[in-house]
Unconditional design. Structure first.
Length: 416
């Protein structure tokens, strides 16, 4: 059963619950936040309330001070953004008057620090964790973290066993997506219907409530354009021209799509190693099942001899898996991309706080050669000892060494 899949972010959530007065659990709708809340409730007690309930939502807005005074602690409030700013201010007042740890657990389907309707961030009072749709590592119930191993024992990955996955397996994973509900569905028709209603619910409910969008159809059109541009640097001027929207409106709408976790921006990375480093972020749709639905492509379409979406969806799939692992990594890491104008590029640069770097390239082919390591080689040579290792993930089966700190790995090495 999907419900029994362990969530690796749970240990971070428990750590923060014991360290902060408030724990904030952010993440997309239907990603498993409520399940995690209830698991924490089973372990630590407390009271669970959801503001998806109309009566509770009305009470939280009418008298937030009284609303949060009832019930055992920790008080768990799901979809907290629907209570508005006054509710968050009441929580701030309550935790300021009593310094106990773990008083509140707040879960929301909008990014707490970016929600336009909330002016209070609870800075210094709250620890924040993000719950994403399932990672393949979670579904495989694997305790082996690629990020942790790559930074500490990168050479051991070269001797791992050949993958049991074949190319079509990856395409099926990409189009299935990572949300718990579609994973449990056997029918492609059912999954497509789920994604259709999911997009409508997020844009018509979450976005409209927090930003008073009068024409949500424009936002839906932009989401389709984002899917067509996943793993690319989106040109806001061209997007505005295509959608007949002003550039500032496009930028605002993109920020809203990021706030509700439908897209992520991978910022450019630079240590001024070379001139003409490109500083624009790369856009990625956060779930490839959602992206495939928006693009109208299935696993057979990705496997076709000509498939314009194949390379970008494979890259976004890899980026999303790395990003999920980064959220529970044993040490803080940040994710970027690197590109030199008319020169080398690296799809993902993973950086630790100590300055150590991993480079990752995505390939949608069953074979690799030296030219696929061009960007990683350039980054290795520029960084010297700070560069730990560079990996090209591909749809082939075998780990392959390509010289000093350069290795090709099957995509499944991210979770097996």
């Amino acid at each position: 059963m999907v419900e029994l899949v362990p969530r690796f972010i749970a240990s971070h959530a428990e750590e923060f619950l014991g360290s902060f007065r408030v724990l904030i659990i952010n993440g997309p709708r239907q990603s498993g936040k409520t399940t995690l809340l209830k698991q924490l409730g089973n372990r630590y007690g407390g009271t669970y309330l959801t503001l998806d309930d109309q009566a509770l939502r009305a009470a939280s807005r009418a008298d937030p001070g009284v609303f949060i005074s009832a019930g055992n602690r920790p008080l768990m409030i799901d979809e907290v953004q629907r209570g508005g700013d006054d509710l968050v201010l009441a929580i701030k007042s309550a935790v300021d008057s009593q310094g106990a740890r773990g008083q509140f657990i707040l879960a929301g389907s909008t990014r707490f620090l970016s929600t336009p309707s909330l002016t209070e961030s609870l800075a210094g009072r709250a620890g924040i964790v993000e719950v994403w749709p399932f990672a393949e590592q979670e579904l495989a119930r694997s305790n082996s973290s690629f990020i942790a191993t790559a930074f500490t024992q990168a050479e051991t990955l070269r001797s791992s066993l050949p993958s049991e996955y074949v190319r079509d397996d990856y395409f099926q994973l990409i189009c299935r997506g990572s949300y718990p509900e579609p994973i449990a569905m056997q029918s492609e028709r059912s999954r497509n219907e789920w994604y259709r209603t999911y997009i409508s619910a997020v844009i018509d409910t979450d976005v409209r409530e927090m930003a008073q969008i009068e024409t949500p159809s424009n936002l839906t059109q932009l989401l389709h354009l984002a899917a067509a541009s996943t793993a690319q640097e989106l040109n806001a001027v061209k997007a505005g021209s295509d959608l007949q929207l002003h550039r500032t409106t496009v930028s605002r709408y993109l920020n809203l799509l990021e706030t509700v976790f439908l897209i992520r921006f991978l910022p450019a990375w630079s240590r001024n190693l070379v001139a003409k480093v490109v500083h624009r972020p790369k856009l990625h749709v956060t779930d490839t099942g959602l992206a495939a639905h928006l693009l109208g492509v299935d696993s057979d379409g990705l496997a076709a001899r000509v498939s314009p979406a194949r390379g970008s969806l494979v890259e976004s799939f890899i980026v999303n898996e790395v990003a999920k692992q980064a959220s529970w990594a044993p040490f803080p890491v940040s994710l970027h991309h690197w590109r030199v104008s008319q020169g080398a590029e690296v799809d993902v640069v993973v950086e630790r706080a100590n300055g150590k770097i991993l480079g990752i390239e995505a390939k949608s082919t069953d074979s690799v050669d030296f030219k696929d390591f061009k960007g990683l080689s350039a980054l290795r040579d520029a960084l010297g000892e700070s560069f730990i290792h560079g990996f090209v993930f591909y749809t082939g089966a075998r780990p392959l060494s390509f010289g000093d700190r350069l290795t090709a790995l099957p995509i499944s090495a991210l979770w097996t």
